[in-house]
Design a protein around this ligand. Structure first.
Ligand code: TRP
Length: 492
């Protein structure tokens, strides 16, 4: 118990859920899901995505939460307690935290820049974006290293401030307010978006079932996209949920929690689609220039900027711009704190293990500074002069003998993403599934779930089969898909 107090604990189950859903709901839901769903068969993609969540995502979520609570440690400590020979898997997770947050925080900084931009436009036209069009502004902002560093610094500083406050006094306190606010803001944007003239174009793009997508795009490709999206969106594979689970009291029902988080995340992803795609479709339909369905940073920072500034325009456009980018900013912060906590928890566990009082404030600041430094590299290369130096890879040529491998090194952002999302996390999740299914045996999950008073595991048979067969195959598939994406191996 004393150890629990030193590490911290959630104040309530609802507080834990807000934090965990906050971790899951992030940039992945807003700029990844809507486009991927639309481009990969619409409703048909959704069916595949839901199957992936049901058979792979929920089980992995349950596994992470159960291991975390059982061993009461962060990701490195948990694997070390399972067996010394597995400690390195914990390190994969710990390092992934640094790499993901290293670029996630820079992007989080962008959302802050855009929020302030629209806010200033309300008071004086041109004050926020210097009178530039959306494409021009984005192009000038990404090469503005000083500006990037400033906003990355503010974003990281805020994340550190929240995590410094501890589990219940910082993370839980913030997410309990932020998550309902996020949902409320999202609803307002959805109402505006779906009532625009021509919104049906976006709704059709996103939802219309196109079963032919399976044959046109290739079923394996659609499956790969759904699998990769699912595991990033649910914050799985790097011990985020192990860490959050380690602060959970024995009285809470793990099986129920492992179900609620993915359901909430999927609802948020669909809502994000309803907020974004109808607006894009409407102005495309109305013939506003520079607006089309797209993916990634271009969708979030160029197309949507255009939607608010030119499509909606005027005061209303600026107000919705502020609201939307602030919403994305909040979603990014609640994800960032979970990533930082994975890293901080390691140092805290180490102190507690030695019987010392962990100084959470000092540890968080120190970890935050290290991540800020990593993110600085992302800020300095303007999203693309590359790890190997722009000139070296700019003329198309081979790198390590492979043409497509260049994309993985094209920018520090791509490089960090490749290491974490491309290799460490899917590998970690695959190994975790094998350990639970075949080494520890699934009874470890059952025993942990049933260690709560009056709780019997309802679907043990189902989880057992998931862990032994479906999750390892699913995660192997995710790993192959990610390698394929990042290195252009042409497997799928
Ligand atoms: N799930 C978040 C998103 O959708 C990102 C995130 C937070 C994450 N913590 C994570 C991804 C841990 C993988 C692992 O944006």
């Amino acid at each position: 118990m004393e150890q629990d107090n030193k590490r911290g604990q959630w104040g309530s189950n609802i507080g834990f859920l807000m934090a965990a859903v906050g971790s899951a709901v992030g940039l992945g839901n807003i700029w990844g899901f809507p486009y991927k769903m639309g481009a990969n068969g619409g409703f048909a993609f959704l069916v595949i995505y839901l199957l992936m969540v049901a058979f792979v995502g929920i089980a992995t979520m349950l596994g992470e939460l159960a291991l975390g609570r059982k061993y009461g440690m962060g990701v490195v400590g948990t694997y070390k307690l399972i067996s010394k020979k597995y400690t390195w898997i914990g390190w994969l997770g710990f390092l992934s935290g640094f790499f993901i947050l290293g670029f996630y925080s820079v992007l989080g900084g962008y959302t802050l820049r855009y929020t302030l931009g629209f806010l200033m436009e309300i008071f004086s036209a041109g004050a926020g974006f210097g009178g530039m069009g959306s494409g021009e502004f984005f192009g000038s902002f990404i090469i503005n290293s000083g500006g990037n560093l400033l906003y990355h610094g503010i974003f990281m500083g805020l994340t550190v401030l929240i995590v410094m406050g501890g589990i219940s006094g910082g993370i839980e306190k913030f997410t309990k307010v932020a998550m309902p606010a996020l949902f409320a803001m999202l609803i307002i944007v959805i109402i505006r978006s779906v009532t625009l003239e021509g919104a049906f174009v976006g709704l059709e793009f996103m939802f219309k079932p196109n079963w032919n997508a399976f044959s046109e795009i290739g079923f394996m490709k659609v499956l790969k996209t759904a699998a990769g999206q699912m595991f990033f969106s649910l914050s799985l594979g790097m011990g985020c949920m192990i860490t959050y689970g380690s602060y959970l009291s024995k009285s809470e029902n793990l099986e129920k929690n492992a179900l609620i988080i993915p359901i909430a995340d999927t609802i948020f992803a669909l809502c994000a689609g309803l907020a974004v795609m109808p607006a894009v479709g409407a102005f495309m339909h109305q013939g506003v220039e520079g607006i089309s369905f797209g993916a990634g940073p271009g969708l979030l920072f160029v197309t949507l900027h255009q939607v608010f500034s030119v499509g909606m325009g005027g005061l209303i456009g600026n107000l919705f711009g502020v609201l939307f980018y602030f919403l994305v900013f909040i979603a990014a912060v609640t994800s960032a704190i979970s990533l930082l906590e994975v890293c901080t928890a390691y140092f805290i566990d180490k102190r507690v293990e030695k019987g010392l009082d962990p100084n959470r404030k000092k540890i968080t600041i120190f970890t935050g500074l290290a991540i800020f430094a990593m993110g600085a590299l992302v800020c300095l290369d303007g999203l693309g002069s590359g790890v190997a130096g722009g000139a070296a890879i700019d003329p198309p040529g081979l790198m390590f003998g492979m043409e497509n491998i260049r994309t993985a090194f094209a920018s520090w952002l791509d490089f960090y993403d490749m290491i974490s999302e491309g290799v460490f996390m899917p590998l970690g999740a695959l190994l975790m599934a094998l350990i639970i299914g075949w080494s520890l045996k699934t009874t470890v999950i059952k025993d942990e779930v049933e260690s709560s008073p009056n709780v019997l595991m309802k679907s043990y048979k189902f989880w057992d089969i998931c862990y032994k067969f479906i999750v390892p195959v699913g995660m192997f598939f995710v790993l192959m898909g990610q390698l394929d994406d990042f290195f252009g191996l042409g497997i799928f």
